[in-house]
Design a binder for this molecule. Structure first.
Ligand SMILES: [Mg+2]
Length: 290
């Protein structure tokens, strides 16, 4: 059994790139709108109804994981549709690979551009332990990657500068990305108008987090509890870009576990002030500690 540091040093970027390439081809295959919306008839471990597209995309990721395991690396995959899957004998505190084969499935299903492959690799059980994060946004064809302590790359190049927080003259954040944007939760949430001048709702948590890392928005908040598969990679990308992330249902901001339950909203910002403001927004019912 390889040690976890050896497993972390595996070619995860290569695994992710090959998976993204395969899923990209799958998404480009000629399909009718009805075919894109087709369901497998099952519900994924994460609770969403599984599209055939989701299941096929996950198969491609698992194919790459099997190839990596065959090279002698043991780990546990935690994936939206299949749940926990051990590769080899990863031990009691395994390296965890957290996968959302398509974050923003609804966008993919309807033909809206932002939907992404999200993969995180961690050497512990919680968000703070994520050591590698990868998000490939199939809309613009952008690849975001981060390694703990080493910063962020966009399309293979280090981000040119730390993202800058923009505020309107009245002090509100210029643009806030919201996710889990069910209008009912929007109504229940704190006064977003006090905090932000404009909102954008992309429809993919991983993608929204990357927009913050790139300085394209000035904050990000999910109005309802999110799952680790959606946020694990993106939260490292934000932090490695110089931003801040919190899962406010937990006492420790990055204490949210890497599992399949929706435990807490995710909140991210480019300053600690904005993070504190945004942490008050998610609908109150979403903030119950697990
Ligand atoms: Mg998904």
């Amino acid at each position: 059994m390889a040690s976890s540091s050896n497993v972390l040093a595996a070619d995860w970027l290569g695994v992710c790139r090959r998976a993204a390439e395969g899923i990209g081809a799958l998404l480009k295959a000629p399909q009718s709108a009805a075919e894109r919306r087709e369901e497998t008839g099952t519900t994924g471990e994460g609770g969403d109804r599984t599209l055939i597209l989701d299941a096929d995309a996950e198969d491609l990721v698992f194919g790459e994981l099997e190839r990596l395991h065959a090279l002698g690396f043991d780990f546990v995959a935690i994936s939206e549709e299949r749940g926990h899957v051990a590769f080899g004998e990863p031990g009691e505190d395994p390296v965890r690979v957290i996968i959302d084969p398509i974050d923003g499935s609804l966008n993919a299903k309807r033909g809206l551009p932002h939907h992404a492959l999200s993969i995180a690799v961690a050497d512990g059980p919680a968000m703070q332990d994520v050591a590698f994060g990868y998000v490939y946004d199939f809309g613009p064809g952008e690849e975001w990657a981060a390694r703990r302590g080493e910063g962020v790359t966009l399309d293979g190049r280090p981000l040119a500068e730390r993202p800058v927080e923009h505020r309107a003259d009245d002090g509100r954040l210029e643009i806030l990305a919201i996710e889990s944007a069910d209008p009912r939760w929007l109504m229940l949430s704190g006064d977003i108008g006090d905090v932000a001048r404009r909102i954008r709702a992309v429809g993919a948590i991983a993608v929204s987090l990357c927009q913050l890392a790139g300085g394209r928005v000035d904050g990000m908040v999910s109005l309802w509890n999110c799952r680790a598969v959606d946020a694990a990679a993106g939260q490292l990308i934000v932090r490695e870009a110089g931003g801040f992330v919190s899962f406010p249902a937990f006492e420790t901001p990055l204490g949210a576990p890497l599992d399949l339950e929706a435990h807490s909203p995710v909140v991210a910002a480019l300053s600690r002030d904005a993070l504190a403001q945004l942490s008050l927004l998610p609908a109150p019912l979403a903030k119950r500690a697990p």
